[in-house]
Write a protein that binds this ligand. Sequence first.
Ligand SMILES: [Zn+2]
Length: 720
Amino acid sequence: MRKSYLAAAMTSLALLTGCNNQDSTMNNPFFEEWTAHHGAIPFDRIKTEHYKPALLRGIEEEEREIDAIANNPEAPTFQNTIEALEYTGALLNKVEGVFYNLMECDGTDEMLALAEEMQPILSKHSLDISLNEKLFQRVQTVWEQFKANDFAGLTTAQQRMLKAHYEGYLKAGATLQGEARERWRAVCSELDSLRLSYGQNVQKATGEWSYQLNAETDLDGLPDFYTESLKANGYKVTLLAPSYRPFMQYSARRDLREMLYRAYNSRCTSGQYDNTDNIRRIVTLRQEQADLLGFQTFADMRLTNTMAKTPESVNNLLNQLLDAYKKPAMADVAAVAARAKADGITDFQPWDFSYYSEKLKTEKYNFNDALIKPYFSLERVKKGVFGLATNLYGVTFRKIDVPVYNPDVECFEVIDRDSTLLGLLYTDFFPRETKRPGAWMTEFRGQHINPDGTEQRPIIQIVMSFSKPIGQPTDSTYTPSLLTYDEARTFLHEFGHSLHGLLTKCTYPSQSGTNVAHDFVELPSQFNENFIDEKEFLDTFAADWQTGEPIPQDLIDRLHKAQTYNSAYACLRQLSFGMLDMKFHTLGALANGSIQMADVERKPTDKYPQLGNIEQFEKEAMAPTKLMNTVDGTMMCTSFTHIFSGGYAAGYYGYKWAEVLDADAFAVFKREGLSNAETAARFRHLLESGDTIDPAELYKQFKGDNPSIEALMRRDGIVK
Ligand SMILES: [Zn+2]
C-alpha cells in the first residue's frame, strides 16, 4: 500500500515537472556524506534540482526504517522501538534541514513551487508514521510495561522521551479508528497546506510593496543614517523592518506615515494575498482536531506538554500582567499623545505613536537610536555578542572559509574552553527580496549521540535583517552596517537561541538543543537580551566606528534611564497578541458559554463555531489591551505568521511566560555577579540539558528556587 502510493506520487510528480534528471541523482550532494569542515554544507554544489530526488529518497528510506521497526519479530523493547524511532529519517532530515531553511532566507520561486509540490507528499509521509497501527502498538506496549514497573531501568531523560513518544502518538491521532481516522488524516493534510499558503501570502505581500519617495520633498525628519540607506535603495521605502520601522519613528510627514501604516497593517486583508479565508479554515480545522482527540479546545490540546499545561494558567498569567500593566501603559500612551498635541495633533492616531514616542524619548532622556548607532557598528556588536559567550562559557568563534549560499553569509567554528568543537554557526545578517522579513535562529542539523557512540555536533544559523553597509570600506563615503538599540537586542536574542542549540549535550535527537517546551524555549534568548542594558557588557564593544572613542558614560546613564520608557506599553502589545492567539484557539469553549464573542456564531446546524468578520473578531479579542484608536481596514492576524504558519499556535503567550523566567534568571546574575563563573556554569547546565529534565525542575536547579513575577515588574519599572 505504502509502496504503491509512493509510486503513484512519483508518477504524478514526473508529470508535473518532467522526468528526473539522471544527473540530479548521480551527483546529488545530499547522497554523499559531508565530511569537510565538520559537516559544513556544500552550498556551492547544491542545486535546486537536487532537492526533489533527495526528499523522495529520504521519504523512501524512512519508510523502510519505520517498516523494520514496526515489523520487528522480536518483542518490543525500549531499544528496538523508542530508541530506534529516534534515529529514523536521517537523510530526510538532512535535506529538509537545508531546503526549508534556505526557502526562508533565499527562497527562489522554484523552491517555493517545490515546497508546494512536496507538501502533500511530506504531510502524508508523516501521517503514515503517526498513524501506523503496528508501530503505535509497540510504543504502547513499551509504555505500559515501564509504567507498570515505575519506569525502573530508564534514566530520567529516557522516561521523558518514552512519555513524549507515547503522548505524541496519542496527539497525532494514533488511537482514532475508522471514519475518525480518515477525517484526522484529511484535516492534518489540509492544515499543512493552509499554513504554507498563509506564510507565502505574507512573504509576498510584504516583499512586493514599495513606495517611491521624492528625495526633495519626502525626507522630512529622517536622520542621515536612514536617508543614506534609502538612497542606496533608490529612495524606495518598503514594508521590510529596516525600512518600515525607522520611517514610522522619524518621518515628520504624517500623511506618509499614515500611508505606510495602512499598507503594513492591511497586508493580506484582501486582494491577491488575502489570508482571511485561510484563518477561518485553519481555526475551524484546529478545533476539529481537538474535538477528534477529545479536547475541549485546540489550546487545551496544545498545552499539555508545556510548563503552563492549561489555557487557564496561560490566561491567569496574561490577566495578572494586564492588571499590573494596563494603567501604566495608558499613562505611557497618554504622555506620547500629549506630546503630539503640543505639535497640534488633536486626533492622535496609531501612525503617530512611534514618531512622537521617539521624539518624547529624545527630549526626556536625550537618548535615541541616532545617538547610539555610531557605537553599534555590526562588526563591533558582533565582537560584543560573541565575546559574551567567551566571557560566560569560555566559548570562542573562528571564521572559516566554506561555501555559502549568498556572499553575505559567514560561517564560524564554535570552540569550547577545552578546544573541542561545539558546532558550526552560520550568520546571515542582511535583508534580501528572497528572504522572509524578521530575525530567527534555525538548525541545519541538530546534536545527538549516534547509536554507534559517535556524536553529531550541531550546525546552527542565525538570520537577521540589518541595514547593509553602504559602499566599500575603501570608499570615502563608506558607512558600515550600524545597528539600532533594538536590532542589537534582537541579535543577542537570536544568539541566545543559537547557544542553546550549540552548547547542548544530549543523547537523543528529539531532546537536544532547542527541542524543549515552547514556553521554555525563549528563556535562553530573552535572558541574553538583558545584557544590552549593562555597562559591563557595553564596555566590551561599544565604540564609535570612525574614531574608536568608547561609548560615553553619560550616554549609558541616559540609556539606563530610558530603559523602562514605554515598557508597560510594550507589555500590553505582547499581551494583545497573546490574547488574540488564545481567543482563536479556544473557540471550542464557546460551546459551553465560557467565552462569548460577537463575531463568532454557532448556528444549530454548524458543527463548529464559525468566525464571521475577522476584523471585528480581532478588535474584540484585543479590546482589553486596547490603548489607541483602531483603524478600519487594518488588522494584524492576517500577517500573524507565528500562530498561522509558524509553530506558535496557542503558544504566543510563551514569550511573556519566558520573560518572567528570564527576568528572574537575570536577577540571579545581577545578585551574584554578571561574570560570576559559578552562576554562568549553572546557566550553562540549563542550556546543555535540552528536554532531558522537566523545565520547571531544570530552572529550579539553576536558581535554587521557583521563579516569581517580581523581577519582571521591577525590571519594567512597574514596582520600585
Ligand atoms: Zn526567540
